[in-house]
Each structure stands twice: as structure tokens, then as C-alpha cells.
Design a protein around this ligand. Structure first.
Ligand code: MG
Length: 257
């Protein structure tokens, strides 16, 4: 991973960014990273958060933040809000969502029984597609072996599982942050990610960002990626000096310099 200051590109038009521990620090959104989003917005640069956070949060972020859309639940959906219209794009229809929820409920019972100390994430009630298991947001941080156990339980049921900095998210299907990013660009901007990516960057901080790190030529991680770097097969190209929102802010300042 190269230092972010070695990145030189003056024609960035799109900033895709993770939220938790990339824009945030210790669970909150600091003023510097929120201000960076507004600087980008005011310059006409599109910001699209790509997060494991739920549909309910995406509704608010699409509406209130200076963004051109948001991809949520690790790629299960995207929302845009413009001209007083909320547009919601989902990977599955309602029947499939309902069928998958029944299967996820079985996994939920097993995880809670077999992994002491974990909990269902407090934002689960506003999720449509996945099950989020908290291993350090509202509960005392669990050992890595317990996190791996949660992942294993999802996998034995044929589900996909990804680890963020706070949750293990599990779902049915092989979509991820990258697959929905491609759909979003195609549908909303009639752009092909492969050919347009010289105008784009991605910023993240943990293993659920791995598909994006691998695909984007301009992929960045904030400094806290160091915690997970040994688990990554696809590493980001660049790393910031600072963690979380401060890392995001120094990166945006550098790009806009
Ligand atoms: Mg994160």
C-alpha cells in the first residue's frame, strides 16, 4: 500500500466511500468528514456512500446528506433522492425478501445460542435483506475466533457473510458492494465502471470493502485498515496517515488541493 500523498489525479468526479470507521470515528460522524462531503458536493463531485448499514438509514442519508445516492446493506440496494423523488432499487422482490428472512431467523437463533457475548445489531429492525450480528458496537469486543465462528454459521447455511469493523453481516445471494456499485453507475449515470474508473475513487476501512479495494485502481483505506490487513486478499492501493474521519478528511484535502 502506497501513501495517499503519492496519488496524483485532478479529474476525480466520483467519490465512493464506506461510512463506519471511514467517515466516522468511535461511532460518530465528526464535523471534519461531514464538511469534506459538502466541499465535494459544492464542487459538483458526486459522493456515494457504500455501506453495510440498513435500508432505514439509507432513506435518511439519501434525503439529508450532500450525496448523489447511497448503496446500503452491503450492496442489496441503492437509494437516490432528487427533485423530491425517492428512488429505491432492490436486488430482490418482496417474496424473495420474505423467504430469505425466514432462513435468516433460523441462523439468528443458532448464532445467539452458540456465540456467547454477541448480539443482534441494534439497527436490525430497519434492515430488509441481511442479518447483522454485533461483535463490538454495543457489546464488549469479541475475540477474533468468535467473529470467525459467526461467519462459519452463516456459511454452513449457504449464506454469504462479510465482516465490517462492528458487525458480521450475512445474506443470501452473491451480491456485494461492488456489484451494486456497477448497477448504480449504469442505471443512474449510464456509465461503465470499468471504463470510467479513472475519474473515481473508493475509500474504505475493513474486510467488507475488499471487493472494492480489489477492483478500483484508485482505492484507498484509512489508516485503521492496519487492524485487518492480514485478512485481506485484495488490498487497497493507498493508505492514509490518519484513522477514520480524519483520514478521509486528509485524503479529500489532498485530492482537492
Ligand atoms: Mg467500515
Amino acid at each position: 500500500m502506497d501513501n495517499f500523498k503519492n496519488f496524483e489525479n485532478k479529474k476525480i468526479k466520483f467519490v465512493f466511500t464506506d461510512i463506519d470507521d471511514t467517515l466516522t470515528e468511535h461511532g460518530r460522524l465528526p464535523s471534519n468528514s461531514y464538511d469534506s462531503l459538502w466541499k465535494l458536493y459544492d464542487l459538483g463531485i458526486h459522493v456515494i456512500p457504500i455501506t453495510g448499514r440498513p435500508a432505514g438509514w439509507c432513506e435518511m442519508i439519501a434525503r439529508m446528506w450532500p450525496v448523489s445516492g447511497i448503496i446500503g446493506e452491503n450492496g442489496a440496494l441503492y437509494f437516490t433522492y432528487k427533485d423530491k423523488q425517492m428512488k429505491r432499487h432492490f436486488v430482490y422482490d418482496n417474496q424473495t425478501i420474505e423467504d430469505n428472512r425466514k432462513k435468516l431467523n433460523i441462523i439468528k437463533e443458532q448464532v445467539l445460542k452458540e456465540v456467547p457475548g454477541c448480539a443482534i445489531a441494534s439497527d436490525q429492525f430497519c434492515r430488509l435483506f441481511d442479518l447483522a450480528v454485533d461483535f463490538c458496537e454495543d457489546v464488549p469486543a469479541l475475540e477474533k475466533s468468535a467473529v470467525n465462528k459467526i461467519v462459519q454459521i452463516f456459511k454452513t447455511h449457504g449464506a454469504t457473510a462479510k465482516v465490517s469493523s462492528i458487525h458480521v453481516n450475512g445474506w443470501f445471494g452473491d451480491y456485494d458492494k461492488l456489484s451494486m456499485c456497477k448497477i448504480f453507475l449504469q442505471k443512474e449515470f449510464q456509465m461503465d465502471l470499468e471504463t470510467a474508473q479513472s475519474e473515481m475513487i473508493f475509500v474504505g476501512d475493513s474486510p467488507n470493502d475488499e471487493p472494492m479495494f480489489g477492483y478500483f485502481n484508485n482505492s484507498f483505506a484509512v489508516f485503521n485498515i492496519k487492524e485487518f490487513v492480514n485478512q485481506l486478499e485484495q488490498k487497497p492501493k493507498y493508505i492514509t496517515d490518519k484513522t477514520g474521519g480524519s483520514g478521509f478528511t486528509e485524503l479529500i484535502d489532498h485530492i482537492l488541493k
